[in-house]
Design a protein around this ligand. Structure first.
Ligand code: UT7
Length: 336
């Protein structure tokens, strides 16, 4: 049986570390509040150069992560059939970041598509890669999750609820057709659009001439906003539902799960989900303290770090699960 196996992982984060203490220079907040409410101690943000622009692009970060994953998998650029790039922050309105990666890595006209599914983008991307591989449309796929969020944030007291949570970075995996037990066993995907405006970024928007105007900016509608408590409540519930559903679909039980790799949204969400699922802390991956919420990048960064730390061994059963803006959520069950 042909399955879509993850053969390599990689990640890249900007050099600049922004600590909770740094945040207190720009807004009314404290290290204590941020650590207690979210578990975040620091995050990486791109550096803004003297020309007023980020010194690295999102696609460049994704390409660096992908190059590592390809080296680990022993895959050459010419072997990549498709790039699936999950991001809510493309470097430009169009085209998506995937095509820039095709160029940066010299992928010889490999297909490229972006997925706009925010925090669950990488889970959707893995599910899509699995489908393409099983259908024979592609044999080797790069799935990348990457974000530059810092440039979208309102880094003042007004925007503090969002600003302290989010970080920049990219992670990538190489997914390839393989025979045997190894690979993506099942995926589940969901959305509930009635909550779209409870975690969103309205502008720039195709609905107004010029896409942005002084009124939108004056009203702060070019900043992301969310109803934090509502998102928290739904996330905890949907994470657990998706884990149960994907396990059932893949014919496995929670006791068999070696590592749960949840989207890193909030340490309290991670702990609540682990507890509700009956998984001890050493079987639930967390690195939110160092990177914050990097949206579509949290899971591939976590997979990279978990693999490097020897926490993902051949044959392990792994669950990835995410919830976020849309609302969208989903999970993948993977035999490593
Ligand atoms: O990946 C999906 C994306 N997002 C999420 O998953 C986020 C989900 N939500 C959360 O993680 C949490 O709701 C937050 C971390 C955002 C907030 O934690 P909370 O325990 O829900 O906070 P709260 O609502 O109990 O506290 C809010 C209070 C407000 O003050 P008042 O109205 O109670 O006086 C805020 O103004 O905390 C205040 N606050 C802050 N204070 C210091 C909000 N942000 C900050 C801040 N520093 N950065």
């Amino acid at each position: 049986m042909i399955r879509a196996a993850i053969l390599g992982t990689g990640f890249h984060v900007p050099e600049q570390i922004v600590t909770n203490q740094d945040m207190t220079k720009w807004m009314d907040t404290s290290d204590e509040w941020i650590t207690q409410r979210s578990g975040i101690q620091e995050r990486r943000w791109v550096t803004i150069g003297t020309d007023g622009k980020a010194t690295e692009t999102g696609a460049e970060m994704g390409a660096k992560a992908a190059a590592q994953a390809m080296a680990q998998a022993g895959v050459e650029p010419a072997e990549i059939d498709l790039v699936i790039y999950a991001t809510l922050n493309p470097d430009c309105f169009f085209p998506g970041n995937g095509v820039f990666v095709e160029d940066l890595l010299g992928l010889k006209t490999a297909g490229a598509m972006d997925i706009r599914n925010q925090c669950s983008g990488f889970v959707y991307g893995l599910a899509a890669a699995d489908g393409f591989i099983r259908a024979g449309t592609a044999r080797t796929i790069l799935v990348i999750g990457g974000e530059i969020q810092s440039t979208a944030l309102n880094v003042t007291t007004e925007g503090r609820e969002m600003a302290v949570l989010f970080g920049d970075g990219a992670g990538a995996v190489v997914v390839q057709a393989a025979e045997g037990q190894r690979g993506i066993l099942a995926s589940v995907l969901h959305s509930q659009g009635r909550f779209a405006k409870d975690l969103w970024l309205e502008a720039p928007t195709a609905l107004v001439p010029e896409r942005i105007n002084a009124d939108l900016i004056a009203a702060g509608r070019h900043y992301p906003t969310m109803d934090g408590k509502l998102v928290f409540k739904h996330a905890t519930r949907r994470f657990c539902e998706a884990i149960k559903e994907v396990l059932e679909k893949g014919g496995a039980t929670v006791d068999e799960v070696d590592l749960l790799v949840p989207h890193q949204a909030n340490q309290r969400i991670t702990e609540a989900v682990g507890k509700r699922m009956g998984l001890p802390a050493d079987r639930v991956f967390s690195n939110i303290a160092r990177y914050g919420n990097t949206t579509a990048a949290t899971i591939p960064i976590a997979l990279s770090e978990a693999a490097a730390a020897g926490r993902l061994k051949s044959g392990d059963l792994v669950v990835t699960v995410a919830f976020g803006s849309g609302f969208t959520w989903g999970a993948n069950l993977i035999r490593w």
